[in-house]
Design a protein around this ligand. Structure first.
Ligand code: NAP
Length: 462
């Protein structure tokens, strides 16, 4: 049966030096049952409370992360290799995500009048539905939890977390922070569970929603379990986002944006610029610019402030990406810049690469390369650009660089993804909906759309 994985281990291993930091005991079935009971208790008691009371509790959680940024940031760096500067930024963003729902969550749940039926009055009110299972990836260990927890806590839906097995200290730190600031028992629970336990939780009637962020592969499995049990789900999956550079782009802005969008978080971002599509008039200058910028990156210890490219998240991620690159090259693509050899040693360092010559015939064409490996395409016309951009099974995000913003907006409308940024790398803001189409999944996180994913939108007619 898919999902069998009984010998699960939740172990934090520093990906820079391979040292084991801490192994956590797994959660027993009895503990899962206890967590479900407490979650259900919270669900029922929260129905009697105003959401503003929970907003005040969520604000305390935001304050905890803000007050102890360094403590939380270091766990990100040691568990999954994020540069310490980027780790501090993630903790800040975690605070921003929480504060958005502190300030806007209760208002987003106000009833909406529908007085458009002749001689009738109606309104839609929004209420909680039950526990939500949140299955999250390791690349943004705190903000991925907060995206689901903050809106659902305001609604009154308890959240059960199954985090990626390589970031257990981050998962535990989030739960400890909730307990420390007095988030009510049952509202949030981290579980160190295996895939079978995940499936049983999805089937449990006390659970009414499943939010997954992860790979397409995990999405297919979790969405199938959710579908089998008729549970509402959101799927935030992978992507092969484009970074389009038109002839009239500001070269420096395009190079800076394209490089940070590919190398941030060591290239392990769902909305990273995985494919550069560059118009022929600016192609040579752009390639020279990104090659220089890639070469300037200093690979090393993510805790060292001098390092500008940290390791991948784990030794197995390093091995997997290396094998993928070999297959990409065997399929006919070429290395334009970089060193394909694997850095030796216990760490998961990976040399950045720029690859060209990827064609739809390459068996790796639609594969998401999750690391510092950029693909570049040269195109003459915008028709050609759009053909390459939309020839993907994914549809998460993208970026366009052009000094003609009106024209860039028009082009953005033709890109088959859930979001496009103009003259800047795509990133998430709590105020804006975030999500994809095609194999990048469905549903939206953040903004008022995110808080409406797991609600009972109840119509009352008189
Ligand atoms: P992953 O391997 O799919 O894992 C994601 C989560 O799902 C982990 O907690 C994992 O647990 C769990 N999981 C995987 N298969 C499962 C199964 N059959 N049953 C139950 N749980 C299962 O992804 P990842 O490598 O951690 O993260 C990278 C991927 O996430 C990339 O594809 C990236 O693009 C995507 N991502 C998408 C977004 C977005 O918002 N669209 C944001 C960030 C990342 P274990 O760790 O225990 O295997």
């Amino acid at each position: 049966m898919e999902g069998v994985q009984e010998d699960m281990s939740y172990t934090a291993i520093n990906p820079f030096n391979g040292e084991t930091i801490r192994e956590f005991p797994t959660t027993s079935d009895a503990e899962v049952e206890q967590a479900l009971e407490k979650a259900d208790y919270f669900y029922h008691t929260a129905k009697q409370q105003p959401s503003t009371e929970r907003a005040a509790q969520l604000e305390k959680l935001a304050q905890e992360f803000a007050a102890h940024n360094e403590k939380y940031a270091r766990l990100l760096t040691t568990n999954m290799g994020k540069l310490i500067t980027q780790a501090r930024s993630e903790v800040k963003k975690n605070v921003e995500f929480a504060m958005y729902y502190v300030k806007n969550g209760p208002a987003a749940l106000k009833p909406i009048p529908y007085n458009n039926v002749p001689e009738k009055k109606a309104h839609v009110e929004f209420s909680s539905i039950g526990a939500v299972l949140s299955v999250e990836p390791w690349n943004f260990p705190y903000t991925q939890i907060m995206r689901v927890f903050a809106p659902n806590f305001i609604i009154g839906n308890p959240v059960l977390l199954k985090h990626a097995s390589i970031v257990p200290e981050c998962a535990q730190a989030f739960e400890d922070a909730c307990n420390k600031v007095g988030i009510p028992e049952g509202a949030f629970k981290n579980l160190f569970i295996n895939y079978n336990q995940v499936n049983r939780i999805i089937a449990d009637p006390r659970v009414q929603g499943v939010a997954l962020t992860g790979s397409e592969n995990a999405g297919r499995k979790i969405a199938a379990e959710a579908g089998k049990n008729l549970k509402k789900s959101t799927m935030e999956l992978g992507g092969t986002d484009v970074c389009i550079v038109l002839n009239d782009a500001d070269l420096k802005a395009a190079v800076d944006g394209a490089v940070s969008a590919r190398l941030n978080n060591s290239g392990q971002v769902c909305t990273a610029a995985k494919r550069y599509i560059v118009q022929s008039g600016i192609y040579d200058d752009f390639l020279a610019g990104i090659s220089t910028a890639f070469a300037a990156r200093k690979l090393g210890d993510p805790l060292d402030a001098q390092t500008t490219l940290g390791p991948l998240s784990s030794k197995s991620a390093q091995k997997a990406l290396h094998e993928q690159v070999e297959k990409v090259l065997a399929g006919g693509a070429q290395v334009l810049w970089g060193d394909t050899s694997l850095p030796q040693g216990p760490g998961a360092l990976f040399n950045p690469l720029i690859i060209s010559g990827m064609t739809p015939e390459n068996p790796m064409y639609d594969t998401e390369l999750f690391g510092p490996v950029a693909q570049i395409y040269k195109a003459e016309t915008e028709k050609e650009i759009l053909k390459i951009a939309n020839n993907s099974c994914y549809g998460l995000g993208g970026a366009i660089y052009s000094q003609n913003i009106a024209h860039a907006k028009e082009l953005a409308s033709h890109i088959e993804t859930g979001q496009v940024a103009i003259n800047q790398p795509l990133t998430s803001y709590p105020e804006l909906p975030f999500g994809g189409v095609k194999n990048s999944g469905y549903g939206r996180e953040l903004s008022e759309m995110g808080i409406h994913e797991f609600v009972n939108a109840k119509t009352i007619l008189n």
